[in-house]
Design a protein around this ligand. Structure first.
Ligand code: ADP
Length: 383
């Protein structure tokens, strides 16, 4: 294998996840190339070479990939045919295009879980709205249930809980799945890393608290306040999913802990994930360094986490759109063991992820109190 200093790492997507990967890559002086459609993306000044291109465009991805030795990504919505072509001509694409092609499509993802005995909620697939309405008429769809666009959804955009037939009236006409509504106690996540040699390491199971208005993750708490038995069960499911999807790199596995104490997979993401940002300060090896180690087929690092960490997302405030202005950021620095991350996006819009804060504490209650109080003080507005 080439020495890591001689490998050109290509990163598709130049957003905040890319920025945090680059911060680890830069610490080790690795060579990095980034492709994004936005010339002002957070990664633009942090890599050796920055290229502009469309991530869903075959030629843009192919041209970019040919410049690199290893190609990875920080976003799922990428032209798969181009990634397959790059793999075919001998480039290393990690996670593999085959893995990504399953994850990109929620209907393929659910089918994969069923075929591979991975626990998940029941679902059905509909090719368009007419198909859906026909099945509602036939009494096949029960309420409540959950509507999901099969492709291009993110951060809850493309998901809707259907409480009655009335909720279907403003759905867009596209391919979709309808999932059984899962009554759950908690939403959990486990991040798994796997390298080419098959070495596997996982982080602790975390729990995610959602904002009830936007339905987006507001706080990530590590470790999750669940029994050791449930923690082990969640980790085992995540490892099984990683092996079965043949992931090289990271896999973030989002799960529900149901009211009956079962654990079922909601969805997975083959990349660093919001639920692992706390690892930057809380663990000897962050998820971003671990991602690089995995795709470079290096030994994986220590993922231990003692104590408690809470990550709080800073998202664009309701009613603000335009050039971003943060309020009361200075407040963070009077708190001990509290770390600020601002992603460097020029423009805000409601609920856009603009940054995060990680609080490291011995006791959960102290960290939670601090997180709530910072959430009240810090506002993301527009000029
Ligand atoms: P996205 O890919 O946009 O993040 P998810 O599939 O994770 O979308 O769904 C967003 C949120 O919707 C979940 O975090 C959960 O709170 C809720 N949700 C999704 N699927 C179900 C389900 N089957 N039952 C109950 N709630 C669900």
């Amino acid at each position: 294998m080439k020495d890591i200093q001689d490998i050109k790492i290509g990163l598709i997507g130049g957003g905040q996840l890319g920025k945090m990967i680059l911060s680890e890559a830069n610490r080790m002086n690795l060579k990095t190339l980034v492709l994004d459609s936005n010339k002002n993306s957070p990664c633009k000044n942090l890599c050796n070479n920055f290229y502009i291109g469309k991530l869903d465009n075959y030629n843009d991805i192919l041209k970019f990939g040919k410049r690199c030795d290893i190609i990875t990504f920080e976003i799922e919505h990428i032209n798969i045919d181009a990634l397959l072509k790059l793999e075919h001509i001998g480039k290393k694409v990690y996670p593999k295009p085959h893995t990504l092609s399953i994850v990109q499509d929620k209907s393929k993802q659910k089918k994969f879980y069923n075929e591979n005995n991975l626990p998940t909620s029941k679902y059905s697939y509909y090719k368009n709205l007419n198909d859906l309405f026909l099945n509602i008429k036939n009494g096949i769809i029960q309420f409540p249930s959950v509507w999901k666009k099969t492709k291009l959804g993110y951060d809850g955009f493309g998901v809707k809980v259907l409480r009655s037939e009335k909720d279907t009236l403003d759905l867009p006409d596209c391919e979709m799945i309808i999932e059984e509504f899962v009554p759950f106690k908690k939403e959990l996540a486990v991040i798994v890393a796997r390298n080419f040699n098959g070495e596997i390491k996982t982080y602790e199971t975390v729990e995610m608290e959602f904002n009830s208005f936007s339905n987006q993750v507001e706080y990530v708490i590590s470790p999750s306040k669940i029994s050791e038995e449930l923690n082990k069960k969640a980790i085992n499911i995540a490892i099984e999913a990683t092996k079965k999807l043949d992931v090289i790199g990271l896999l973030a596995v989002e799960m529900f802990l149901t009211d009956e104490d079962n654990i079922v997979i909601n969805e997975v993401a083959p990349r660093p994930h919001n639920s692992g940002h706390f690892t930057i300060e809380a663990c000897p090896t962050s998820q971003f360094e671990q991602h690089l180690r995995s795709i470079l087929n290096l030994d994986l690092g220590n993922t231990n986490h003692d104590g408690c960490a809470i990550m709080l997302n800073l998202v664009g405030g309701e009613g603000f759109e335009g050039n971003v202005r943060y309020e009361n950021l200075n407040e963070i620095f009077s708190e001990e063991n509290t770390h600020l991350h601002i992603y460097g996006k020029e423009k805000t819009r409601p609920n856009r992820k603009m940054g995060h804060i990680t609080i490291i504490c011995d006791k959960f209650d102290d960290a939670y109190k601090k997180a709530k109080s910072l959430k009240e003080k810090i506002k993301v507005k527009a000029i």
